[in-house]
Structure formats: C-alpha cells, structure tokens
Design a protein around this ligand. Structure first.
Ligand SMILES: [Zn+2]
Ligand SMILES: [Zn+2]
Length: 90
C-alpha cells in the first residue's frame, strides 16, 4: 500500500516520523505508528489533533488513498461533473 497517504483532513499537514503526540497518561509517541493506540497505557485515541491547525479529526480520516475511499471519491466527483455539465435547455 505505497499509495497510502497520511495528512490532516482539514489543512493537509503531513505528520513526520519524529512528530509526537502526548497521551493523557503522559507518554509521548507517534500516534500514526500505532493507529492511535498509546503504547504505554493501551488507550485508543479515536480522534487525533493536528499540531498545525489544532483541529481534531477522526484518526481514520487522516488516511487517504485507501482503495475503498478512492472509489467513493471518484463516484462523488463524477456526480458533481454531471451536474455542472448538464445542458442548459433554457
Ligand atoms: Zn497512554
Ligand atoms: Zn490540520
């Protein structure tokens, strides 16, 4: 899955390997290494805060180019295009 991209769904900021998130237990780690699970206390963070725009997003929403999501996005894009290019009968 080399096409998989990880970035903030709100501002497209991309986390780097040395970026750290802090758990409420005080442990710091890269949350994308463990899909949001704290390796110290085992708590799973369903939402992840972006250090760039400071907004919370679903951890899942940070992953892009997943095959299923890609197909869905194509469908949406086609629907939009059809609406834009409908012939004007007026
Ligand atoms: Zn923890
Ligand atoms: Zn962001």
């Amino acid at each position: 899955m080399e096409d998989l991209e990880i970035y903030c769904p709100k501002c497209t900021w991309e986390p780097q390997a040395d970026d750290m998130w802090e758990c409420s237990c005080g442990h710091s780690w890269n949350t994308f290494d463990t899909h949001g699970k704290c390796p110290s206390c085992g708590y799973v963070w369903l939402d992840t805060m972006c250090p760039s725009c400071l907004k919370w997003s679903k951890h899942h929403d940070w992953y892009h180019n997943l095959p299923g999501v890609e197909a869905l996005m194509d469908e949406i894009a086609e629907t939009v295009e059809q609406k834009i290019y409908l012939p004007n009968k007026a």
